[in-house]
Design a protein around this ligand. Sequence first.
Ligand SMILES: [Zn+2]
Length: 313
Amino acid sequence: MQPTAILIAGPEIAAYGFPHGHPFGPDRHDAFMRELERSPCAPRLERRSARPATREEIEYFHTPAYVDRVIAASRAGHGLLDAGDTPAFPGVYEAAANVVGGTLEGLAGIFAGPVPRAFIPIAGLHHAGRDHAAGFCVFNDCGVAIEAARRRHGLARVAYVDIDAHHGDGVFYGFESDPYLAYADVHEDGRYLYPGTGDRGETGRGPAAGTKLNLPMPPGAADGEFMAAFEQVEGYLEAQRPQLILLQCGADSLAGDPITHLAYTEAAHAHAAARLRGLADRYCEGRLLAMGGGGYDRRNLARAWTRVVEALT
Ligand SMILES: [Zn+2]
């Protein structure tokens, strides 16, 4: 059977997770894979492993001083990388570098052809800023991939779409003044959820003022509200005409997630992935890279991400 999408998976990225009952535990990868293997789309995937990103690649987005701090914390094997959500563990640098390298492998696969779509489950670490860790995120693979798409693959216009319950602040503020990154984010209103940002009035700064789309949703919002908001995302992308679409499809926006308050079903994720696939076919020669993102109820993440992969295949 001819593959119709690339899957980046395996122990290299499964190792990215925090110990001692942390919501972002290392069991998330296998919870997803068990569900995916039962899907009729499983034989249509071209499977690849992640590789460690080089330091140079990580520094496409992050500052050298911050990379030094992560290396030191990884060697020490304990302590916190941010104010409290993101603990260091032995090997955290290597695990985080594998996530970045996995996302870059997906991107390279999209450009190498013949399959222009890829999914990586343990990725989409959208809270990490250029010089800091935040919200379970050490290195921001989304930010590195955006920079790599420009520097390596010569794209001028990239779109980043984020449907995780949390605002993608690391990506948003990393490119807030950059008019060439189209940014659309549907998330739980920051008055009720970490990180507290992503107000509708946040549309970019300086040369990028008025170019970004933030759509906060009230707690309890369900599929109907999501799909109405997603129509705005589609209209926005049509106007932006990107050459590549990145999707952060966090599953913590589904009902029952232990740390958020939205109430979508996996139909929301299937809808978003299918609509973005259509837009990618129209404007981007099919190029679509989806990253798992958050999701702390194992059953929810397994189902939502599997529906996304089905839409990509
Ligand atoms: Zn999240």
